[in-house]
Design a protein around this ligand. Structure first.
Ligand code: ADP
Ligand code: MG
Length: 234
């Protein structure tokens, strides 16, 4: 099943997202603070103490995951620096960053770069964040190992990136909810990764599509206008 992604009605701007995400991070922090307060009560028994500590750690982990899905790299500022990004350099960077996580899950990463010296305009850290969020999902969809392919092609002044996994795939209902903030099928998911990725593609004047089949896998296709390279403008 194919789908054009990011409906305007459910996509917030990066700055609106920053506001809703800081709210989301504050919740686990407030909960943790409450437990720490309780730990100070006199005569508290060991069992209760352990429960409070476990819950606090769990909540802190949650805050950590929310932050890493949203801003491992990206600054939540409205005016981010834009630069010309060499597409294959950036894809190589992301493939390297994802390597340890892929290895942990028995996933091999394959690169098919059919372009050379091609540039797009964007914020480097946000672009990394976008691809990392999508790659993380791809790897997490292959619990029994598999293959993640990064493919780069160019046609009609557009650079196309394809991320294909051999994972569990998605139903049409799941696809329909992709990008909706806090929608997750994972026990410890944040439901922020795809929303953040879609917003970043949109900010780069690109578009993103998904094609997925249950038990076969998923392909995300991102298409971004090509920018004239530095050497060509000199
Ligand atoms: P999270 O990863 O925290 O659940 P995301 O926004 O990154 O949040 O993803 C939302 C949901 O979309 C996931 O829980 C998963 O069900 C589904 N999903 C996203 N990418 C893939 C993929 N490549 N393969 C299968 N399911 C996916
Ligand atoms: Mg995710």
């Amino acid at each position: 099943m194919k789908k054009q992604l990011y409906h305007n009605e459910k996509l917030k701007s990066l700055s609106e997202m920053a506001a809703s995400i800081s709210h989301e991070v504050r919740n686990p922090l407030t909960v943790t603070r409450g437990f720490i307060q309780l730990l100070k009560s006199p005569g508290i028994d060991d069992e209760k103490k352990n429960t409070y500590l476990d819950l606090s750690l769990q909540e802190l982990d949650r805050a950590e995951t929310i932050i890493s899905d949203y801003l491992t790299f990206a600054k939540p500022h409205v005016n981010v620096d834009l630069e010309l990004l060499n597409i294959t350099d950036e894809m190589n960077y992301v493939a390297n960053v994802m390597q340890p996580y892929a290895l942990m899950q028995n996933v091999s990463i394959k690169k098919e770069f059919l372009v050379k010296d091609s540039y797009i305009l964007g914020n480097r850290k946000q672009f990394h964040q976008c691809l990392i969020n999508l790659s993380k999902n791809a790897i997490e969809s292959m619990q029994n190992g598999g293959k993640l392919v990064f493919k780069v092609t160019k046609e009609n002044k557009k650079i196309t990136l394809k991320l294909t996994d051999t994972g569990v795939g998605m139903s049409s209902e799941q696809i329909a909810r992709l990008g909706v903030p806090f929608f997750t099928n994972k026990e410890k998911g944040t439901g922020l990764g795809t929303m953040v990725a879609f917003s970043i593609v949109k900010a780069m004047k690109g578009d993103i599509k998904v094609n997925s089949k249950m038990n076969e896998g998923t392909t995300f296709t991102i298409s971004i206008p090509e920018s004239v390279s530095k050497s060509k403008t000199d």
